[in-house]
Design a protein around this ligand. Structure first.
Ligand code: GLC
Length: 537
C-alpha cells in the first residue's frame, strides 16, 4: 500500500509573517510571534503553514526583494528563531513550507551591488539582465530616462515591456546600460541562463532543507527565462508577455533539478509553483512526475459569485491536473488579492452578504479533491481594509501607479488576536502596528470568536475537523448531481456538497446533513449558503 503524501490533501495556511504576530514589540510580525501562535493553527486544524519571505530585505516589495537568501531579516528574528519555529511546528504536527524567490533579487543583494560596480559586459552583470538602450520613441518616452546616452544620442529602454506594478520594466544606469525588472526597480531580474545562478539556488534549497523545511512555494515560478530577442509588445497589454516570459520551455530542466534535490531528502519534501498560465495545458507541464508536486490554480479566486462559473472552474481545474496524475489546489484569498469576504459583497448590499458567501465558499472549496491554501485572517472573516490613509500605504503598486491603484495593503493589515483596540493583541499594548488596524475589529478577534459557536472561527474549526475525518478516502473526481441553475451539487463517493449561489432557497437532496454554512429551513438550503451531507440512496 502506498501512503498518500501529506501535501496531496493538505490544508495549508499562508502566514504573512509581517502581519501575523509581533513578539518583539516593534510593530511588525516576526518568527517568534508565529511560534507563539502555533496553538491557534493546530486548534484551527490546518496541516501546514507557508511562511512568506522573512529573509534579509529592504522590504521594497514586502520581502519579495531578497538581499540575502540565507539570513533572517533582523526585524523578523534570527536563524535560531527559525530553527526553533521549525521544531515547534513539527512538535505540533504541522509541516512548514517557505517561499523562495528565484526570479529576482533585491537591488541590495551582494550580486547586484557587484554588478553596479562592474562595467558593461562583466561577469557580475551577466548574473542579471542588462542591455543597451534602444531608440527613444513611445517606449523611450515611458522610461525614466528618455535621456541622452553616453554618446549623446536620445535613447529609451531596450524595449517597451511594462513592469507588473506600473511603469517600465527597465531602469537605466548612469553608464547607459539598462536592467530588467518585471516588478519594482528594486527587484532586478536574474539571468537564469547563467550557470552560477542555477547553482546558487540549488544551494539555497539545500540550506533550508537542511534546516528542516517541508517544502517551498516558488514565487513567479514561470517567469525565470526571457526571450533573448526582447521584442516590443507594440501596444499590446501585459498579457502579451506570456510568450516571451511566462511560457518558456527552458524552465522545466530547472525544476527537474530542484525535484532531484527534494527527493534526496526524507519525508515528502515538496514544491508548489506560483504559475500563471494562459491555459491548463501549460500547468500540466510543471506537474510531470519529475517536476513540481503542485501548482497554484487561481481560477476559483478569480471567478465571480456564480454557480455556472464555479462549475466551469472546477471542471477545468480537475482536467488540468488529471493528465499529470496530480491533485488540484484551491485558493480563495492570498496576500496579493482583495479578501474574499469583501470581493463577494456587492456595493450597496447588506453587510452580511460577503461573510455569508465567504462561509459558503469555504465548504465548497474544502469539499473538492486536492489541497486548499487558506490565507491568514480568513478564519476570522476579516474584510479587506479599504480606507487605509494614503500616507500609511506601503505596497509598491500604490507608489508605482502614483496612487492610481490602491495595491495590496488592505489584505495585509495585522491580525486582531484579542482586546478592544489597536493593536488587538498583535503587538504589545501601546505599540503602533506597521499598518493601522481599523477601529471596530474588537468583535473579530480570535479571543472574541473562540467561545462563540456561531462565529466564523468556530465554523472554520468545525469544517476543518470534519474535512480531516471525511475526505482522506474520497475519490479524486466529482460527480455533478442535478440542481437548479443557480446552485451546484456534487458528490464524491458517499459524500456530497451543495452550494446555493442564488438568492432563493433550493431543495437539498435527501440524506443526513453534516454541516451547513447557514441555518437550514427543513430541507431548504438558503440563498448564498452551502452544506455538506451524506445523501441517502
Ligand atoms: C508574487 C508574490 C507577490 C510579489 C511578486 C513579486 O506574485 O506573491 O507578492 O509582489 O511575486 O515577487
Amino acid at each position: 500500500m502506498t501512503l498518500t503524501p501529506w501535501w496531496r490533501n493538505a490544508v495549508v495556511y499562508e502566514v504573512y509573517v509581517r502581519s501575523f504576530a509581533d513578539a518583539d514589540g516593534d510593530g511588525e510580525g516576526d518568527l517568534r510571534g508565529v511560534r507563539s501562535r502555533l496553538g491557534h493553527l493546530r486548534h484551527l486544524g490546518v496541516d501546514a503553514l507557508w511562511l512568506t519571505p522573512f529573509y534579509r530585505s529592504p522590504l521594497a516589495d514586502g520581502g519579495y526583494d531578497v538581499a540575502d537568501y540565507r539570513a533572517v531579516d533582523p526585524r523578523f528574528g534570527s536563524l535560531g528563531d527559525f530553527d526553533d519555529l521549525v521544531a515547534a511546528a513539527h512538535g505540533h504536527g504541522l509541516r512548514l513550507i517557505v517561499d523562495i524567490v528565484p526570479n529576482h533579487t533585491s537591488d541590495r543583494h551582494r550580486w547586484f551591488q557587484e554588478a553596479l560596480a562592474s562595467p558593461p559586459g562583466s561577469p557580475a552583470r551577466d548574473r542579471y539582465l542588462f542591455r543597451p538602450g534602444g531608440p527613444a520613441g513611445p517606449a523611450g518616452a515611458a522610461g525614466p530616462a528618455g535621456a541622452a546616452g553616453p554618446a549623446g544620442a536620445a535613447e529609451g529602454p531596450p524595449n517597451d515591456w511594462p513592469s507588473a506594478f506600473g511603469g517600465p520594466a527597465w531602469t537605466r544606469l548612469p553608464d547607459g546600460e539598462w536592467y530588467l525588472h518585471l516588478y519594482t526597480p528594486e527587484q532586478p531580474d536574474l539571468n537564469w541562463r547563467n550557470p552560477e545562478v542555477r547553482r546558487e539556488f540549488e544551494d539555497i534549497l539545500r540550506f533550508w532543507l537542511d534546516r528542516g523545511v517541508d517544502g517551498f512555494r516558488i514565487d513567479v515560478a514561470a517567469g525565470l527565462f526571457k526571450d533573448g530577442t526582447y521584442g516590443d509588445l507594440g501596444g499590446r497589454d501585459r498579457r502579451a508577455l506570456h510568450g516571451p516570459v511566462y511560457a518558456r520551455s527552458e524552465i522545466h530542466p530547472v525544476y527537474r533539478a530542484w525535484r532531484r534535490i527534494l527527493d534526496e531528502y526524507d519525508g515528502d519534501r515538496m514544491a508548489i509553483g506560483e504559475v500563471w498560465t494562459e491555459g491548463p495545458e501549460d500547468l500540466a507541464l510543471y506537474l510531470r512526475p519529475d517536476e513540481l508536486h503542485q501548482v497554484f490554480q487561481f481560477d476559483l479566486q478569480l471567478a465571480p459569485w456564480s454557480a455556472p462559473a464555479f462549475r466551469d472552474v472546477v471542471a477545468s481545474a480537475l482536467a488540468a491536473v488529471a493528465g499529470a496524475g496530480a491533485a488540484p489546489t484551491w485558493v480563495l484569498s492570498s496576500h496579493d488579492s482583495v479578501r474574499h469576504v469583501t470581493r463577494y459583497g456587492r456595493p450597496g448590499s447588506a453587510p452580511g452578504l460577503g461573510p455569508a458567501r465567504a462561509r459558503a465558499a469555504l465548504l465548497f472549496m474544502l469539499a473538492l479533491p486536492g489541497s486548499a491554501y487558506l490565507y491568514q485572517g480568513e478564519e476570522l472573516g476579516l474584510p479587506e481594509v479599504t480606507d487605509l490613509p494614503d500616507a500609511a500605504r506601503q505596497d509598491p503598486i500604490w507608489t508605482q501607479s502614483a496612487g492610481g491603484e490602491p495595491g495590496r495593503d488592505g489584505c495585509r493589515v495585522p491580525l486582531p488576536w484579542s482586546g478592544k483596540t489597536e493593536p488587538y493583541g498583535f503587538s504589545a499594548d501601546g505599540v503602533r502596528p506597521w499598518l493601522p488596524m481599523p477601529a471596530g475589529w474588537a468583535a473579530l478577534t480570535a479571543e472574541a470568536q473562540a467561545p462563540d459557536p456561531a462565529s466564523t472561527l468556530s465554523f472554520y474549526r468545525e469544517a476543518l475537523a470534519r474535512r480531516r475525518l471525511l475526505t482522506a478516502d474520497l475519490p479524486d473526481g466529482v460527480e455533478w448531481l442535478d440542481s437548479p441553475e443557480t446552485a451546484l451539487i456534487f458528490r464524491r463517493g458517499p459524500f456530497a456538497c451543495a452550494l446555493n449561489c442564488g438568492e432563493d432557497p433550493v431543495r437539498m437532496p435527501s440524506g443526513s446533513v453534516l454541516l451547513t454554512s447557514a441555518p437550514l429551513h427543513g430541507d431548504l438550503l438558503a440563498g448564498n449558503s452551502s452544506a455538506w451531507l451524506v445523501p441517502s440512496g
